[in-house]
Design a protein around this ligand. Structure first.
Ligand SMILES: [Zn+2]
Length: 387
């Protein structure tokens, strides 16, 4: 039986994983990727299945792009003990690459390529750990590799946890192998996306007396919201520790105008309507519904608020798994500033803990230290023996 033995295996595997174009939501090579991984597991005597996201669900929830294969590999038998989760989709390469983003290079001990850290490095660590556990005779350990994390996770981890849970029960403990910057994430902040629309009266730019400029009204409203939120959020200083260690991270933060446009969008038209977005990241001590209400109160009578997305975040405060990881490997418990797939595993003992520095994610020339991938493969392979 094939086993993993050296660092060359980690590099050749990671390089192979990066070579597939798994940019979401297009998923050009999702299928090829899934088939390769399934075959790789089977060559090592590990049972692996591909489950496709149901067609009707897909046409409603994620109509763009290809089929959504979810790979589920397992060792052991009986009560599910542990589940490793990794997403294999990546964000588009973008500009600024010094080498082909899908042809990984090894430079000064770092693997460079799209997805190296977010998170094909973590996926490789899971696969290598499973290979090392191929003779495991204890309770079931699963590796679940999903698409679509970068586009919201509804056709990835959400589908696994909800639609596939009867066929493949979720393990009591769950490790998501995202790069957690040498900490173990016990939760992440909440996310709120709102759209504010302000109305005016559309007219020709040469005759402002017949129009009413929605942009100017929206701009003053935006400044007012900015002041009010700054004051409101300064009242709650979170008691939790965050990955960046920056003092600002301990507050609820927000971004106004990430999307902003007049519906007429023309120089010589007085905008009759203007829309702008608000993105809020709540600390666990702040309830998203209170934030939405606060913004609605400010906007009241001057515009319309549309709630596009709300996630309250997750906090697995008394995680036994995080405790064990901290004790064994000395990596401290933190809350992640950004949203993660772990919210879909609410109710399980879930942590996010994987190789690499999260600051590298989504950048050009994205990189991960190869020894970290190998180190995590060993840690993951040891973890079941400690449970
Ligand atoms: Zn990721």
């Amino acid at each position: 039986m094939l086993r993993w033995s050296s660092i060359n295996d980690a590099f050749s595997l990671l390089r192979k994983l990066i070579s597939y174009d798994t940019v979401s939501p297009e998923g050009k090579q999702y299928e090829e990727f899934a088939k390769f991984v399934k075959g790789w597991f089977e060559e090592r005597g590990i049972e692996a299945k591909i489950e496709y996201v149901d067609k009707d669900y897909r046409s409603k929830v994620c109509p763009t792009g290809s089929e959504r294969p979810i790979i589920i590999a397992k060792v052991g038998d009986g009560d599910p003990l542990l589940e490793f989760n990794g997403h294999y989709d990546v964000v588009p390469p973008g500009e600024g690459w010094e080498s082909d983003p899908f042809d990984a290079k090894l430079v000064n001990g770092y693997v460079i390529g799209r997805g190296a850290v977010d998170m094909k490095g973590g996926v490789a660590a899971i696969m290598l750990a499973m290979a090392n556990l191929s003779n495991w005779k204890g309770s079931e350990i699963k590796a679940v590799l999903v698409p679509d994390e970068e586009v919201g996770g509804l056709c990835g981890t959400a589908y696994r946890v909800n639609a596939l849970k009867d066929k493949y029960p979720v393990g009591k403990k769950v490790v998501i192998a995202e790069p957690s910057s040498r900490t173990v994430w016990i939760g992440h902040k909440g996310v709120i996306w709102l759209e504010v629309e302000v109305s005016g009266v559309q007219a020709h730019a040469s005759m402002p007396w017949v129009g009413e400029n929605a942009f100017i009204k929206a701009a003053s409203l935006a400044i007012e919201i900015d002041r009010a939120l700054k004051e409101e959020f300064s009242k709650t200083f979170s008691k939790y520790e965050y990955t960046s260690g920056h003092p600002m991270a301990k507050f609820t933060v927000y971004n106004i105008g990430g999307v902003a446009y007049s519906t007429s969008n023309k120089e010589n038209v007085i905008p009759g309507s203007f829309k702008f977005s608000i993105d809020v990241r709540t600390v666990p001590e702040v309830r998203p519904e209170d934030v939405v209400r606060k913004i609605e109160e400010i906007v009241e009578g001057r515009g319309k608020v549309r709630v596009k997305f709300v996630d309250q975040g997750i906090l697995n405060e008394n995680s036994e798994l995080a405790e064990l990881i901290e004790k064994t490997w000395g990596e401290p418990k933190r809350v992640c500033e950004a949203g993660l797939d772990m919210r879909f595993y609410r109710g399980y003992d879930v942590v996010t803990w994987g190789p690499g520095d999260s600051m590298e994610a989504h950048k050009p020339n994205e990189k991960i230290r190869l020894t970290e991938v190998e180190e995590f493969a060993k840690r993951y392979a040891k973890l079941p023996y400690l449970l």
